[in-house]
Design a protein around this ligand. Structure first.
Ligand code: SF4
Length: 187
């Protein structure tokens, strides 16, 4: 990739982060709060822990711990103990959390609507952006956190039932639209 392209992407990223910050601020939240609730809403049940947040967002354990505590106090997130291992907590959005996230996304959709892209390019853009994110994560030896439906361990069983051969778990069609920390692309 040319440096000019990288520069354009960095500029676009800055502009979008600014818009996201404004949208979060309208809900009395900081950008990092939005990053966390957005991830928790999009991840699957194997990836909704504080440890996964540390990996995914590249934040310190201390920052994640403090921020999650604040979001629990604001009744935006709730913690649920793991059924098999009580040392592990799963994070979920509360009803209020879902509403707050919906409001932020509606505001951000207005920004997305201003970014015209023809239908032909939309698909190509989606593929290219995901491919680039994957390459960077791979090079940094990070978990890819990809969408379940693109994972090598995902096997379709019936029209709307899937199976994860890695975690030995049945998955619904909704599950396959979630982000997973165990995700692996086919080689
Ligand atoms: S199929 Fe892959 S992405 Fe889906 S739950 Fe299993 S490991 Fe995670």
């Amino acid at each position: 990739m040319e440096y000019d392209n990288l520069h354009t992407m960095l500029r676009l990223s800055d502009l979008l982060r600014t818009e996201s910050r404004k949208a979060a601020s309208a809900e009395a939240l900081q950008l990092v709060h939005y990053d966390i609730i957005n991830y928790i809403d999009r991840c699957n049940r194997y990836s909704d822990t504080p440890t996964a947040l540390v990996d995914y967002l590249g934040l310190t354990k201390g920052t994640v711990s403090q921020t999650v505590s604040l979001l629990v106090k604001k009744r935006i997130l709730q913690k649920k103990p793991d059924q098999k291992d009580l040392r592990i907590s799963h994070l979920q959005l509360t009803e209020k959390g879902h509403q707050v996230l919906k409001n932020i996304r509606q505001t951000l959709q207005l920004t997305a609507d201003r970014l015209y892209c023809s239908a032909t390019y939309k698909k190509a853009l989606d593929t290219v952006l995901k491919e680039m994110a994957w390459q960077l994560q791979e090079e940094k030896d990070k978990k890819p956190y990809g969408l379940c439906k693109t994972c090598r361990y995902n096997t379709q069983k019936t029209e709307d039932t899937y199976y994860c051969t890695l975690l030995d778990a049945t998955l619904s069609a909704t599950d396959t639209d979630k982000i997973c920390r165990e995700h692996q692309y086919s080689t």
